[in-house]
Design a protein around this ligand. Sequence first.
Ligand code: NAD
Length: 248
Amino acid sequence: MRFKDRVVLVTGGGGGIGRTIALLFAGEGAHIVIGDLNIAGGEETVEMIRQKGGQAVFVEANVTRFEDAEKMVAQAVENWGRLDVLINNAGVTRDGLLLRMSEEDWDLVLDINLKGAFLCTKAAIKVMLKQRSGAIVNIASVVGRMGQAGQANYAASKGGLIALTKSVAKEVAGRNIRVNAVAPGFIETQMTHVLSDEVKKAWLERIPLNRAGTMEDVAKVVAFLASDDASYLTGQTIGIDGGMLMSE
Ligand SMILES: NC(=O)c1ccc[n+]([C@@H]2O[C@H](COP(=O)([O-])OP(=O)(O)OC[C@H]3O[C@@H](n4cnc5c(N)ncnc54)[C@H](O)[C@@H]3O)[C@@H](O)[C@H]2O)c1
């Protein structure tokens, strides 16, 4: 029960990795705000938490709009009087080789994955600064560190998210707010379900642990980073990739 009565906001918690993260935090006693564009998915996550005896609320929100970011934070404060943890998880892909990539696909991915995290962080740290405590975990990606053909927009957004993590960590460390990131590799989700067998095989060949990651593999590291167990850790990006990229 590392998060007993702590208040946690998960963007993109209406499915996939975000839902798994929300359920893990709720299972350890946290009260959860789910923000997502997907109303049905978001409400389902809230229902799953309530059925297990937890407390959660859903906010229909687009992370690319600052007023929506403020709305999610306001829900945390109105319901439970504080905000302890922000998980910037909402993210999308629009893959294609650079020459064929439209400006719309570039802008959309950068807007959601990078600007969305900026806006939600801006809204959340207002409350965390007053509390003089908080933890933020950004969901980046291994491709933000190593690049990936066909994912210039996505890799740039995730590389940017890693740099944002370090910069904000330096700005708010003095107020006891920690900011870290995870860089998942090949995780079994809807996002990777659609890949061809050939692409999946190519990924697996590069993974020393010889399997795809699970959403729980990601959620457990995210929870560690947000918990007091990681109280001396800030500005870091932890790879969750089965050893695919071993950085120094
Ligand atoms: N699946 C993987 O292998 C993998 C690997 C590395 C990183 N990631 C990252 O993990 C995160 C979650 O990915 P996932 O696989 O669970 O994806 P997903 O598509 O299952 O979930 C993403 C969620 O974000 C929501 N969302 C999208 N745009 C939004 C917006 N503008 N505002 C609010 N919510 C929005 C979606 O509705 C959805 O519920 C993403 O940031 C992704 O880049 C995934």
